[in-house]
Design a binder for this molecule. Structure first.
Ligand SMILES: *[C@@H]1O[C@H](CO)[C@@H](O)[C@H](O)[C@H]1NC(C)=O
Ligand SMILES: *[C@@H]1O[C@H](CO)[C@@H](O)[C@H](O)[C@H]1NC(C)=O
Ligand SMILES: *[C@@H]1O[C@H](CO)[C@@H](O)[C@H](O)[C@H]1NC(C)=O
Length: 358
């Protein structure tokens, strides 16, 4: 029911500028409540109301209530499409509420419906539009440790747009997109490769029906060597392979140097004394709060300086051995000469990394 309410949204479309028509939007397979109510709050237990689906040639009988006599009592007339799927709300009748519920909706149920009170003078007719096919929550997966992400959207109509967004809501270009259409439903798979640790969101939009839904994922990339231009931000990745939550577990980052270790960052919810951070890093280091529940202890060092170059160690004090990751950060002062230098640097880093590993 909660799910239904989540996906059941009412929009109001202007018809003639004077009248408004409610539109109900649901995912295929969910139930839909089509609203219809006499504003007078008059008891309609002994009234007659008739629901029809508007079709080009002849309208289809959906549901009829006549003084407690309904189709489910064996009354003929209801079209096959709706048999066994439509019910009213008996306890609501005394408040003049003739709403119905259609179970297990199908894309073919989409269309315009009327709710009529033929015996009331003047005759009352209400118009309601039902749209079945709102995209469900996209299913997101991380396909490898190198930042290949996949998003799948199933059974949506009308055709949605699907995009990957980064944490600042910018579209990430996609590598591969597959679209298939089966029985008026669209199935879309979108792959992209991201190169930075952070939160990513797959966003599905169906503009025609004002429906947008998204799923987030957190990507932790395990780079051993990070090269940045001076002044840029550097992300140092570190995460538990088990991806278990570290929201209440302490972790720290230190930088090794000739004069010993410098404290770079400490996360510890049980300790109010978080002093001791080296002044070199004051105000420049932050972690990814959203990553904590997935075991991610990565940090960002903002506005890097050449003196930040060095070996960084990420440790989890609740683990044995404590040391978890070593990352080499190279801050490149002579930016602009581009690729060649980066390549040379990465070769050097690879060699240093090799010795570190040994
Ligand atoms: C009519 O009843 C339905 C089902 O209980 C409910 O969702 C809807 O809000 C009611 N409408 C009014 C106007 O009370
Ligand atoms: C339902 O009615 C609205 C307004 O008259 C119209 O724009 C829309 O196309 C109709 N939908 C269907 C499925 O016929
Ligand atoms: C991204 O979009 C979401 C929802 O649309 C919003 O809540 C969030 O603040 C946006 N973030 C940024 C960085 O603009």
């Amino acid at each position: 029911m909660e799910l239904l309410l989540l996906f059941l949204s009412f929009c109001f479309l202007t018809l003639s500028g004077l009248t408004f028509e409610p539109t109900v939007v649901v995912k295929e397979g969910d139930s839909a409540i089509l609203p219809c109510s006499l504003n007078t709050n008059v008891n309609i237990e002994s009234a007659l109301f008739d629901w029809k689906k508007v079709e080009q040639h002849s309208n289809k009988e959906v549901f009829l209530y006549d003084k407690a006599d309904v189709y489910s009592n064996g009354r003929p007339g209801q079209v096959e499409q709706f048999k066994g799927r439509v019910s009213h709300f008996p306890e609501e009748l005394e408040h003049g509420n003739a709403s119905i519920r259609i179970e297990n909706t199908k894309v073919a149920d989409s269309g315009n419906y009327t709710c009529e009170f033929p015996r009331i003078q003047p005759e009352k007719i209400f118009h309601i539009e039902l749209i079945v096919g709102a995209a469900p929550e996209p299913v997101v997966s991380i396909l490898d440790g190198k930042g290949l992400l996949e998003c799948r959207v199933k059974g949506a109509f009308p055709k949605p747009t699907v995009e990957w967004w980064d944490s600042s809501n910018k579209t990430v270009p996609s590598d591969k997109k597959e679209i298939s259409e089966r029985e008026h439903r669209f199935y879309i798979t979108l792959q992209t490769t991201v190169s930075n640790t952070g939160r990513y969101r797959c966003v599905t939009t169906q503009e025609e029906i004002h429906h947008q839904i998204s799923t987030d994922t957190f990507v932790a990339l395990n780079e051993q060597t990070v090269i940045v231009k001076e002044g840029d931000d550097a992300i140092l990745s570190c995460s538990l392979k088990t991806r278990e939550s570290i929201e209440s577990k302490p972790f720290s980052w230190t930088k090794e140097g000739p004069a010993g270790q410098k404290k770079v960052f400490l996360y510890d919810t049980s300790n109010n004394d978080l002093t001791g951070q080296d002044k070199q890093f004051k105000g420049r280091v932050s972690n990814f709060p959203e990553g904590l529940k997935h075991g991610d202890a990565s940090i960002t060092i903002k506005n890097t300086k050449v003196t930040d170059t060095g070996k960084y160690i990420c440790s989890f004090s609740h683990l044995q051995p404590k040391r978890n990751a070593e990352i080499l950060l190279l801050v490149d002062a002579l930016s602009g000469t581009g690729m060649i230098k980066a390549t040379v640097l990465s070769v050097i880093c690879g060699m240093i990394g090799f010795f570190v590993a040994v």
